[in-house]
Design a protein around this ligand. Structure first.
Ligand SMILES: [Zn+2]
Length: 296
């Protein structure tokens, strides 16, 4: 249906171009699903499309994409979508998100561009990844999928952080979900316009804290909003206080409350962290909105 509307609206003149050059080296199964065998190029809405706008077929023609580029990125939009209508501002945010993620863990340049796909809703996410989420990252193939629409901001800083961390530190070990998501949420930095720490404290006041041992080893079983924020603020503290080295070790081998940094257990470090936390006020209406629909 998307395809038909594009054809009607844009009077596309098409020539087929073999896409070997586009997909060579991208042998990953996810990208195999996302990027089809061939590319159509031509004239869209009266403008001749060259290499920066490419029309691609994917998923056995269920999805089609308009492609643009930004420094460090290949970016794909669904024709007719909210994201396409806001493509320039979305595109402009990506290099800044990459710089931010690299700065957080002092990461070198990535080996190649990040493929970012903007989609409309969770149903499309489910069709593409099998998961009903609003963001998705596969670090090994440098692929990010982001849901955005008029009511939901895209979490590019979060998902790009997953890619940068995975590309820089390699595949994460067991019991590292707290660190993966903590870094990503720390890179995003905010929740409903508030600093992570402010929203975390407001939520902890109402619902209590997630115990450290549970957070470190059963992260995915926890209420995700509170778990993400608590991990983010704790990871920020570890980074600021102890630097990158211990976090890189935890990335590889996981952590428990008995794990140590400079001889001090994480359980003791967590007490230090809680002792110095200061948070600003959070408006009750914002808090209620975050509790019902998350940080978007
Ligand atoms: Zn994440």
């Amino acid at each position: 249906m998307v395809r038909t509307s594009l054809f009607l609206a844009a009077a596309v003149v098409l020539t087929t171009v073999p896409a070997t050059a586009q997909t060579s080296g991208l042998q990953d199964p996810l990208l195999d699903r996302l990027i089809g065998d061939w590319v159509l190029e031509g004239t869209i809405a009266g403008e001749h499309t060259t290499h920066d706008v490419v029309f691609e077929w994917v998923l056995e023609h269920q999805f089609s994409w308009l492609r643009r580029e930004a420094p460090g990125f290949r970016v794909y939009f669904v024709p007719g979508s909210y994201a396409l209508a806001h493509q320039d501002s979305l595109l402009a945010r990506l290099p800044a998100a990459l710089t931010n993620a690299r700065r957080l863990i002092d990461a070198p340049d990535l080996a190649g561009p990040v493929d970012v796909f903007f989609i409309e809703n969770r149903a499309q996410m489910k069709a593409l990844t099998g998961m009903s989420a609003t963001g998705f990252a596969e670090a090994s193939s440098r692929t990010v999928l982001l849901v955005t629409h008029s009511e939901w901001r895209s979490f590019e800083r979060h998902e790009i952080m997953h890619v940068v961390a995975g590309q820089t530190w390699g595949p994460p070990g067991p019991d590292t979900a707290w660190l993966q998501e903590g870094l990503a949420q720390a890179a995003d930095g905010r929740c409903a316009g508030y600093p992570n720490a402010d929203m975390m404290m407001a939520l902890a006041e109402r619902n209590g804290w997630i115990p450290l041992g549970v957070m470190l080893t059963q992260f995915r079983q926890q209420p995700d909003l509170r778990a993400y924020l608590q991990a983010a603020v704790f990871v920020d503290y570890l980074l600021e206080r102890y630097g990158l080295e211990p976090l890189r070790d935890f990335w590889r081998s996981g952590a428990s409350p008995e794990s140590r940094i400079n001889g001090r257990t994480l359980a003791a470090i967590e007490r230090d962290w809680k002792g110095q936390l200061r948070a600003g006020p959070v408006d009750p209406i914002s808090l209620a909105s975050v509790e019902s629909r998350g940080c978007g």
